[in-house]
Design a protein around this ligand. Structure first.
Ligand SMILES: Nc1nc2[nH]c(O)nc2c(=O)[nH]1
Length: 262
């Protein structure tokens, strides 16, 4: 919790830019977020690749949660990291649990080379929680992603809006959609993952915490923060393949490019 909730903090903001941002997001809506997630985001394609090769829904979803929990301080883009993950576990499915698997994967990784010992410690806290979950429990979490957010935060002794916690819910939502073949929108109360791209982008509009700014925008435009993240994050990454896919699959691609240039 921040002091902003108790004190009337005056944030320096660019009102015209915020108005244009809201107009564009309202025009795009949740349907456009879904198109970007499923057709444009290279992270979603990486998960589809892993799902096809693993042929084990329960293991697939657990691996995705574990991978999100160690997705920080990367040494490449997030897209490259998720593809390295998908290719590695397609060829090396875990045989003796997640900690054991990551003890082989992380030291050899090209895209996630920092803080390996701390990341393995996080997975040691996570694994007893994951082991207890069956596919039906994961499906229940798919219909109640806020419960997953709360349980992950408790198990890992983290804040409910910590980047890796809310990001794990985002990636779990992708994995659930692939495994259960059903689209469930993200809950409005789950905040945006405050990573480098989102943090730098937020500063163009306001000097406020990204999580509180985007939760307010989300309510105003009626798009949950994790879906707003899906609209913004790929185009802010500047991958040429993302630009190509946006033009191919999004009828409103010009608006997405305008968002990136605000
Ligand atoms: N806000 C986001 N941060 C991320 N990091 C990462 O690896 N992927 C993402 C993402 O989709 N959103």
């Amino acid at each position: 919790m921040t002091l902003d909730r108790f004190i009337a903090v005056k944030h320096k903001e660019n009102k015209p830019k915020i108005e244009r941002l809201k107009e564009i997001l309202k025009e795009l809506g949740i349907e456009c977020a879904r198109t970007i997630e499923e057709k444009v985001d290279l992270q979603f394609s990486a998960l589809e690749h892993l799902h096809k090769n693993l042929k084990n829904d329960e293991l697939f979803i657990k691996l995705v949660i574990a991978n999100a929990i160690v997705s920080y301080q990367l040494t490449a883009t997030g897209e490259e990291w998720w593809w390295e993950f998908a290719e590695y576990f397609s060829s090396n499915p875990p045989e003796k649990g997640i900690v054991d698997a990551y003890s082989g994967f992380l030291p050899a990784s090209q895209t996630n080379r920092r803080l390996t010992a701390a990341k393995i410690k996080r997975l040691e806290k996570l694994e007893p929680f994951l082991i207890k979950l069956k596919l039906k429990d994961l499906k229940n979490y798919y219909y109640s992603m806020t419960s997953l957010r709360n349980d992950l935060a408790e198990v890992l002794n983290s804040k409910r809006n910590a980047k890796t916690i809310v990001f794990a819910v985002k990636m779990f939502g992708y994995a659930g959609r692939i495994a259960f073949k059903e689209f469930i929108p993200y809950p409005m109360e789950i905040e945006i993952p405050d990573d480098v791209r989102i943090n730098a982008y937020t500063k163009r509009f306001i000097n406020e915490l990204p999580t509180s700014f985007w939760s307010r925008i989300a309510e105003d435009v009626n798009i949950p923060p994790l879906h707003i993240d899906s609209i913004l994050w790929p185009v802010l990454g500047k991958h040429t393949e993302v630009k190509k896919r946006l033009k191919k699959y999004c009828s409103k691609a010009e608006l997405i490019f305008e968002l990136a240039s605000l």
